[in-house]
Design a protein around this ligand. Structure first.
Ligand SMILES: *Cc1c(COP(=O)(O)O)cnc(C)c1O
Length: 364
């Protein structure tokens, strides 16, 4: 058997090859390549899928985050609460606006520990950024209550949670803005960079729509200093195809993970758990082990690739030394960074691959 990689984006392409190729040719021949009919249709279809009023297509997930905070007026002197163990892009969405991230420890589901939020709120706190990490919805009830109580903005980073729900409600629809990435490896992935925001607020949607195109509503009439964060037609066209199959693709990943949960048995690893009331769309299958380095080496020798999401928490990265959050101040976050490991998971994984991965891990 060939080496099993942690992810196989080619398998996902071949699952709907004919449709993707036909769409590419259709767009190429149309003569219209950026912000056109495909984008408009995708925005409508994605908003409908999410149960949101508006969707605005953007160039990436990071753009969705920083532009959301920009439009909400969060900047220098403001604080935003965010979990310590997130991908660094979540934090950059805050700091690109000059605001300060305040890190909160995660719970046992790798999401923000809602019971630790209130103690971090100060009179500078303006927002909470909830990241539905690895595909599982966060515990939203207490977060929504706190945002109401302290009049805080609520932004959701849904780059890993397309279609995950908490108590039946879609992640991305709990607060002011839901931010999405469609980077190729995400559960709803394009074939290049792409992102979007969803919101029920007409004013926010309109402001982001203007902001993404140099701050112009009408060509060459610029209302504000904006950015170039346009979504292109080919990516939007591909996303429309993927969106049609999203539930099916999620179901396929869920089956793989259910089998992992059922058949992986090894005292040296801790399996991921699912919170009551939350659904998991399995962006990653993340195990923990105190023997992680040995496990990585062992799996590598058995031709199984793995990845660590993420080995360095944002507060310990070189980029954020200026925040002066010392090592040791977020022990749970730091422990996760030392012990988490994502094992192979992708659409199009074969039965043989899965059986082999389970057998090899169980023998570690
Ligand atoms: C991927 C990701 C982003 C950034 O998305 P890009 O499209 O790569 O800019 C932000 N937050 C999280 C949690 C992510 O996984």
């Amino acid at each position: 058997m060939e080496r099993i990689m942690p992810n196989r984006l080619d398998r996902g392409f071949y699952q709907h090859q004919e449709e993707f190729e036909a769409k590419a040719i259709e767009v190429l021949r149309s003569g219209w390549y950026v912000l056109g009919n495909e984008v408009k249709c995708f925005e409508q279809e994605f908003a409908d899928y999410m149960g949101a009023k508006y969707c605005v297509g953007l160039a990436s997930g990071l753009d969705a985050l920083w532009i959301a905070f920009r439009i909400l007026g969060i900047g220098t002197g403001d604080e935003v609460l965010v979990q310590g163990n997130t991908y660094i892009a979540s934090v950059m969405g805050i700091t690109m606006n000059g605001a300060t991230p305040i890190f909160v420890e995660p719970d046992e589901y790798f999401n923000i520990d809602a019971s630790k939020l209130e103690e971090k709120i100060t009179d500078r706190t303006k927002a909470i950024l909830v990241v539905h990490l690895y595909g599982q919805a966060s515990n939203m009830t207490p977060v929504v209550e706190l945002c109401k109580k302290y009049k805080l903005r609520l932004v959701e980073d849904c780059a890993q949670s397309h279609g995950a729900k908490f108590c039946g409600q879609m992640t991305g629809t709990f607060g002011d803005v839901g931010c999405f990435s469609f980077y190729p490896s995400k559960n709803l992935g394009a074939f290049g960079d792409a992102g979007a925001v969803i919101t029920d607020d007409a004013d926010i949607a309109e402001k982001i729509r203007i902001y993404r195109n140099y701050g112009s509503e009408k060509r060459y009439y610029n209302k504000v200093v904006g950015a170039n964060s346009r979504l292109d037609e080919i990516q939007a066209g591909f996303l429309r195809i993927r969106l049609k199959y999203l539930d099916e693709l999620t179901e396929e990943k869920k089956k793989i993970c259910e089998r992992y949960l059922c058949e992986l048995h090894n005292d040296k690893i801790v399996l991921p758990q699912i919170r009551k009331g939350a659904t998991h769309i399995w962006h990653q299958f993340v195990i923990r082990s105190d023997y992680r380095d040995e496990l990585i080496k062992y799996l590598d020798e058995k031709n199984i690739g793995t990845i660590i999401h993420y080995p360095i928490p944002p507060h310990m990265s070189e980029a954020y030394q200026y925040l002066q959050v010392p090592e040791g101040s977020l022990p749970i976050t730091e422990n996760y960074a030392k012990t988490v490991l994502s094992i192979p998971l992708y659409n199009g994984m074969t039965e043989e691959e899965e059986r082999y991965i389970i057998k090899v891990i169980n023998a570690f």
